[in-house]
Ligand binder design. Sequence first.
Ligand code: K1U
Ligand code: ZN
Length: 170
Amino acid sequence: MIRDILIHPDPRLKKPCEPIAEVSAELTQLAADMLETMYDAPGIGLAAPQIGVMRRIIVMDCMKDAPPEPMVLLNPEVIWSCEDLSTYEEGCLSIPDQYADVKRPASVKVRWMDLSGEIQERQFDGLWATCVQHEIDHLNGKLFIDYLGPLKRQMITRKMEKLKREKARG
Ligand code: K1U
Ligand code: ZN
């Protein structure tokens, strides 16, 4: 089922999410809904708080012009970051049509639990590294605009407030 994506500003996008204790049928369904919502948007990642679910689960697929590689990560954590930074012009499904350069570690090693309850570790590079850090930030209540200066952040927030007012009017 495709879920509605929350638009910034929304208090649920600013709150840290709760860890997942165990895999359940309900969680497996949530992961499937998140992947469907991400592909429909379309996007390359999605974090549970973006659909109003305050739990530590993200989905990603950063393959371009290649067979899909959907990933589901429960309780993801960065356990190593390289010192080199890379800049990418990021977007966010909760901040539609707004893009800005963000600098992040170019490679990160991430540990997570998969849907079988197994612990996994993998190094992410390139767009995958940018995306996994962006999604983990969502689980901690942080948005890519929080890396920008206050004026740019405020300008984007005002645009989103206007967009939400227009959407509410119909
Ligand atoms: O978390 C999100 O809001 C999803 C976001 C992920 C992301 C994008 C860029 C850099 C870091 C993280 C998106 O998917 S925005 C849409 C997007 O980037 C895209 C959409 C269609 C094709 C290719 C990319
Ligand atoms: Zn986002």
